[in-house]
Write a protein that binds this ligand. Structure first.
Ligand SMILES: O=C(O)CCC(=O)C(=O)O
Ligand SMILES: [Fe+2]
Length: 355
């Protein structure tokens, strides 16, 4: 029995040693994962609404550094389809971050000084923006008259192209160049947008809302933060269903409500992007004291035809036809640019026929 006990002790010591080794290995692998893919530390805001916790890089590539072996990570497209939004890291190449920030500073200064006429003005949520002078958005940042080619360079950058192609499940030559604006903090007063879906008005009946929600998007839109910000609130999974009675009450009669059931604030660290379905119930709140410079853009696919045309040409894009605009584009954007001009020509011909 002595021998047994001795053996048992040896056995126990071995188990103990093995456990310690496993613990060290676990900690090392954790550290290694962190080292290879450091995540910014988030402030935890315990106040309502609940917070979106920025999650790690997701994709359809197996990412052995971040995906535990027994869990399959969802693709960005799957998350966006299911939740109505998805947060993605790393779509700004590090060497473009500072040039983008500097270009924003110049564009924002011009817009605030009324030297750039295309801007969103506090007090008005949707176009036209013709009243007021405090600015919450700068429109058409790729317009060559603004003279900031870094915006087009980023819009056509491989990181962004890769993400939108995955999300839209298309090849680059099927993309259609579209809108690119900037969302910023006002200076004189805080400002809030009401709860809304971008293209379905609050008064829409349930029956019509059901039909409108079935229309595919043929495109995607996103916010990419150049500074940490938490301006956007969403109701996850509200993008493909009719509003509940309470959501309808809020959107129609109490649109600045802080009590929207299921609301979630999206925190973005500098460099993070949120793609969101423009049918998701969302609102935004801007504080004059928190710096915001967030790139706000959309891109379509060639299959969208008239559906996309409605969305984009209302913003007046004649300047995009000019050769001087085409010259500012990176090569990756030539195809998407030609696709847009083809659509514009088709729409023009249709309008002429109708008259
Ligand atoms: O500021 C934001 O993040 C959202 C803006 C928005 O919802 C809109 O312009 O329709
Ligand atoms: Fe919106």
């Amino acid at each position: 029995m002595q021998g047994y006990d001795d053996n048992k002790n040896i056995y126990l010591e071995e188990v103990d040693l093995l456990q310690q080794l496993l613990l060290v290995e676990f900690q090392l692998s954790h550290y290694e994962r962190y080292r290879q893919n450091p995540q910014p530390i988030q402030k935890i805001n315990r106040k309502k609404p609940r917070d979106h916790k920025p999650h790690k890089l997701r994709g359809n590539r197996p990412n052995l550094n971040t995906t535990p072996p027994n869990m399959v990570s969802k693709t960005w497209k799957q998350s966006l389809d299911e939740e109505g939004y998805v947060v993605v890291d790393g779509l700004i190449r590090p060497d473009l971050l500072e040039p983008l920030r500097e270009a924003c500073e110049r564009a924002i200064a011009k817009a605030r000084k009324n030297e750039w006429p295309y801007r969103r003005l506090v007090g008005t949520q949707f176009p036209p923006w013709d009243k007021g002078d405090d600015v919450w958005g700068v429109q058409h940042v790729m317009n060559p008259d603004l003279n900031e080619p870094v915006f087009a360079q980023w819009y056509g950058s491989p990181q962004l192209m890769h993400a939108v192609c995955e999300i839209l499940n298309v090849k680059e030559n099927e993309l259609q160049l579209e809108l690119f604006n900037l969302l910023i903090n006002p200076l004189e007063s805080d400002y809030e947008l009401t709860w809304h879906r971008d293209a379905i008005s609050p008064e829409t009946s349930d029956a019509e809302e059901i039909e409108r929600l079935k229309i595919p998007h043929y495109g995607t839109q996103w916010n990419t933060a150049l500074y940490d910000e938490s301006c956007l609130l969403v109701v996850p999974r509200s993008h493909n269903r009719v509003r509940t009675a309470e959501e309808r009450r809020i959107t129609e009669h109490d649109p600045l409500s802080q009590q929207m059931p299921g609301q979630l604030r999206v925190h973005l660290c500098a460099g993070q992007t949120v793609f969101y379905n423009n049918n998701i119930l969302h609102r935004a709140a801007y504080s004059k004291d928190s710096k915001r410079a967030t790139l706000h853009a959309c891109i379509g696919t060639t299959t969208g035809g008239h559906h996309r045309a409605e969305n984009i040409f209302q913003h007046g894009l004649e300047w995009m036809r000019e050769e001087k605009f085409r010259r500012t584009l990176p090569e990756s954007m030539f195809g998407p640019y030609d696709n847009l001009i083809r659509l514009a020509d088709q729409e023009k011909a249709k309008a002429a026929e109708a008259h």
